[in-house]
Write a protein that binds this ligand. Sequence first.
Ligand code: ZN
Ligand code: ZN
Length: 307
Amino acid sequence: MCRQCEINPVWEFTNKRKLCKTCFAKYFRRKINYTIRKFCLIEKGDKVGVAVSGGKDSMATLFVLNDFCKKNRSELIALFIDEGIKCSGKNYRDKGKKYIEKFCKDNNIEFIETSFEKEYKLTLNKKLSQIKKIKISNCFVCSILKRALLNKIARSKGITKLATGHSLDDEAETIILNLVKGDIKLLAKLGPIAGVLHNRKFAARIKPLYLCTTKEIVLFARLMNIKYDSKICPIRSDTLRIKIRKFLSGLEKQHPEVKRAIVNSYLKIMPLLKLKFKDRKINYCEICSEPTSTGKCKTCWVLKKLE
Ligand SMILES: [Zn+2]
Ligand SMILES: [Zn+2]
């Protein structure tokens, strides 16, 4: 039974404490508010954008930020990008987009959409064989192009904070992934506010669901009746990440709270890591003049490879 209300529980913590529907929703929202305040994710005067794909994590982010921003009188905009991915003959993003549009309409949130087709004159599906030839992963190409586009829209709309749906599970996975790859520079870029160097030309990327597990997000979405598309991307290719995901989930079953321990450990060393890479100089891309750490930015590099 829920200890507070003496009614049937919907959630049990690893220490056996149980919560009913109302108490779980309260607990979840409280955790979001705690995350936002503790890591200063959203401050007074911020204009917040949410990158929404229509999946559970981004829809839950949109849902909780809608509450938060209305209460704190911050402006909220939903951003949607169609990458041009086909899934059994149909557009992979169609269903998700419908859910976002409906939610934005019902809650009076500005909705902005664009696509790789419109902005880069390409779709991921048409470039699959080329991506394979140059031996980079579909997910890498997709994330680089998406990030640049989100940033472009954010800048044009005066968005100061760009929220994504990254969960505790995602973060634990990425921490281990970067350790396994030996990429400490990428490791330093993780955290509730992504990146090391903050540049006026970039909206800071924030992760309000940083301390929430996937299991918690799924339950919250169900309880709040949040509609989302549960399809898995048909061209996802990040094999090492998937291996680590499976490994961590197996470990979590035998040793509960392993993922949380990974993220908490990371949070303790994060300030030192960010400090280590802080003094790197920012250059501007010779092609598009976006900020970058080298001569040519990753977006221009990817686009050149896909020509
Ligand atoms: Zn209760
Ligand atoms: Zn560039």
